[in-house]
Structure formats: C-alpha cells, structure tokens
Design a protein around this ligand. Structure first.
Ligand code: EPZ
Length: 422
C-alpha cells in the first residue's frame, strides 16, 4: 500500500481544474438502469467509487464503456436485479440502485450497506419511501429484497432524525418516475446533486416538478429514453481546494466549478477574513488577508454548511488564534480527524456534540492515518500547512473522491510524492 508524503509550509500558486461531481455521478449512473436505451454521461470523474459503480452496472447486465471521463451505458443481454455484497460493502453509494431496479424491473436484491467511520448510516428512510410506493420489503442475510407487482404513486414524508436524506431522496425519486400515478416527496434533499439527478431524469422524459426544492411532485410515465448528459462540477472538491488555498495562504484559481453551490462555505470564510469570489468567467479566486478570525460552524443539509467540508474547515481553523466551535448536525460523530490533527500539534477537543478548536501557532508534520474520504482531505490540508513532513497512510480513502489529486497538487507547487508502506 502506498503512503502519501507531504512537505508542508510552501505557499501554492496556479490553477486547479475541478472534476465532475462524484456524488452526482453515482445516482445518475444508477439512473441509467431505468432505460434500455443508450445513455452517454460526460464529466464522470475517474475515481475508485465511480469505477465500483461501473462494475455494479456491469454486474446488473449493462455494457459500459468509459474513456476520458465519458461513460457510455448500453443494455446488455440480460438485466440483473442483484447488487452483490462485495460491491455495495466497498461503497455505500451503491445502495442507490435499489430505486431504479424497483422502478424498471419491479424487483431488487441489494446488500445492506455497512456503517462507516462517520456514523451508523441506516437506510430506514429508503425503505419507508419505496414501501410507500407499494414495494414489499424483506431483509435476509444482509440483503434487502424488494418486490412490487406494480408501483403506485403516493405522498411520502422523507424527513428523518437528521433532516433530509440525499440518497433516500434519490432512491424514492428513481422508483417513482415509472410508477403509476402521482408521487409527492415532502422534505426531499435539496443538494445540487439531487437537483442534477432530477434534471437528468426530466431530460430522459420523466415528469417532475419542484426541482431543487424540498417538495418534489412526480407524475409516473411509461418509459424513459436514453440521452447525453454532462455532470455538474464537484462542489466538495472545489470547497476542499478553496480551503486549501485559505489554509496555506495561497493564490489558487479554482476553475470549472460553480460557486453558487458553496454559499454557506463562502459565508463562513468571509467571516474569517477570507474573500472568495467568482470572476466573470466563473473562475473562483481566494484572497487571504494577513490576520484571520476564528469562526464557528454547524453543518446542516443543503443549503446549510456541508458536512463533507466540516473536517477540511476544521483544518483551516487549527492555526487561527482564538477558539472556534464546530458541530455536525448531519453526522454528529464525524470527528475521527481530531485525533490525527492533534498528532500534528493541533489543540482540538470534544465538548458534548461539538469540537472546540483552540488555534495553535503551527502544525508539525507527522505520520497520520486516513479514515474516511473527507477526513483524509483534511489531513492533506493540515499536512500542506504544517512545518515538516507528513505521511498519510491508507490513502485509498483519498483516491475514492479526488480525481488526479497528486497531479493537481504538483501543478500548483505542492511538495507531494508517494512512498511504499514500510
Ligand atoms: C450522501 O450520503 C453523500 N454520499 C455523503 O457524502 C454525504 O456526507 C451525505 O449525503 C450528507 O450530505 C453520496 O452522495 C454518495 P444522507 P447519504 O442519507 O445519502 C441519516 C462523501 O464523502 N439517515 O443524506 O448516505 C444519516 O445517518 C460522502 O462523498 C437516516 O437516518 O447521506 C445521516 O445522519 C460521505 N436514515 C443523515 O441522515 C436513512 O435512511 C444524512 O444522510 C438515511 C440517512
């Protein structure tokens, strides 16, 4: 296994090209199961997770060709309905094939996704939603078996203990588009990735009102057609590089991203003294003042501050004089990165559900362990801020969600290289 080595302290300079969104690609790739026509998806990032989803589509009978970020999905000989444990267990996002399999084949057997370091991650809302459409559900041997003689539209409240659910909204939406009659999803997730999936389905011929809002109204149609579609930019990748620029006081230009998807992050950074703005051509610039102020943040479902940028924001706060309080209302225990940052000299502690960040003068390089995708990104930022060399172990976590990571960092002058695990 490789180790990612970082020599910190350098200020970076140059352009970073943002890739297509991982969290938009995965449900949209799953949605290709809703048609036997050919679908072409552009700007699909080449990541461990999208490659897993390709394998899953192939195991479900699709013929998939992937070249230069363009994915072509064609119907194969026989459509399958079983999503195997070995694929779903490596990527919980695979669970979003439940809805389209039910929608198209009226049956699905999908392995229950495991939990992960950021939380238990139940799927009760997914089940509630498809049951409301008439699916019969049983759980056996770690698999959810869903069958429906037919799916009938219904009014569904999809809010859970932590608010809306991104992939539960995706699953129910994809089951409803071919159902009979009208479905209303109340308290739907409003994330840009769900808006992108909704737009994709509409262009395939689905009848959906309320795109991007917490209330989606779907009138079932008979068939969906194959189309060519371009995935939106990855706002979490863009936010990660914006925070890297702020944390290392660097002059980075973030290209091909959409700053409108990052209002909450821009708000918090402005409070801290970091100016983030889009130029006329859409390029995002980050200008850093000399003195930053500590800023507190609480994550919420969109349009709130994204939980997927919480760890990266904490890294930025770690060397700002004063105290910032960070809490996560989406995954209250998503703080595994605290211990690793403290190994680098940060002074962060838990107080109840919050993390209290006491700014320190400097972080120091150290060997650290990646755990989940975004915690790993936070360690990358910390390592490039720190004095000395940092080794990030288990970097396969990073490879799940950041396309061409090392190339993009090298291009802006970061001292980053790989070594073999000793
Ligand atoms: C999506 O996961 C993203 N993954 C996650 O990004 C992201 O952190 C999360 O949304 C929240 O924004 C993909 O899109 C592939 P949720 P998802 O259902 O849909 C609870 C990354 O780093 N919940 O919106 O699985 C859940 O436990 C990943 O790219 C239930 O209680 O998340 C959580 O507390 C990490 N019951 C909250 O809702 C359910 O049935 C939000 O989870 C479903 C979820």
């Amino acid at each position: 296994m490789d180790v990612l080595m970082l020599k910190g302290g350098a200020s970076l300079k140059g352009d970073v090209n943002i890739s297509g969104s991982k969290n938009s690609s995965l449900p949209i790739m799953a949605a290709t199961l809703l048609t036997d026509d050919t679908v072409v998806l552009k700007r699909v990032p080449n990541l461990r997770d999208t490659r897993t989803m390709i394998k899953l589509l192939q195991s479900l009978g699709k013929e998939v060709d992937y070249k230069d970020n363009t994915l072509t999905v064609k119907a194969g000989k026989k459509a399958g309905y079983i999503a195997d444990y070995d694929l779903v267990s490596t990527m919980r996002g695979s669970f979003c094939v439940l809805g389209p399999l039910l929608g198209k084949l009226k049956k699905a057997k999908v392995s229950l996704p495991g939990g992960c370091v950021i939380g238990i991650r139940p799927v009760d809302l997914h089940i509630k939603g498809v049951e409301a459409l008439g699916a019969k559900i049983s759980v056996d041997g770690g698999y959810v078996l869903a069958t429906a003689p037919k799916l009938i539209g219904n009014e569904i409240f999809l809010g859970g203990v932590f608010g809306s659910s991104v992939l539960a909204t995706a699953n129910v939406l994809m089951a409803a588009v071919l159902a009979e009659g009208e479905t209303v999803i109340e308290f739907a997730a409003c994330e840009p990735e769900i808006e992108d999936l909704t737009e994709f389905l509409i262009e395939m011929g689905a009848n959906i009102e309320g795109k991007g809002s917490p209330r989606l109204k779907i009138k079932g149609v008979k068939k969906l057609k194959g189309i060519t579609y371009e995935i939106i930019p990855d706002r979490i990748e863009a936010g990660t590089y914006i925070l890297l620029a702020a944390a290392t006081r660097s002059d980075l230009t973030i290209k091909n991203a959409n700053l409108k998807h990052l209002f909450a992050l821009v708000d918090r950074l402005n409070q801290a003294g970091v100016k983030v703005y889009a130029e006329k051509n859409g390029d995002i610039k980050v200008s850093t003042s000399k003195k930053f102020k500590p800023v507190s943040v609480t994550t919420y479902p969109y349009p709130g501050f994204p939980t997927d940028l919480q760890a990266q924001f904490m890294a930025f706060m770690a060397t700002i004089e004063g105290v910032s309080i960070i809490s996560d209302k989406v995954y209250p225990d998503r703080f595994i990165h605290i211990a690793e940052m403290n190994r680098m000299g940060a002074d962060i502690r838990r107080e109840g559900t919050a993390a209290i960040v006491q700014g320190v003068k400097k972080l120091h390089g150290a060997p650290v362990m990646a755990s989940d995708l975004r915690a790993s990104a936070a360690l990358l930022i910390a390592g490039l801020m720190a004095k000395g060399t940092t080794e990030i172990h288990r970097i396969y976590h990073l490879e799940r969600g950041y396309e061409d990571l090392e190339d993009k960092l090298l291009k802006v002058g970061a001292k980053v290289w790989r070594e073999k695990e000793k």
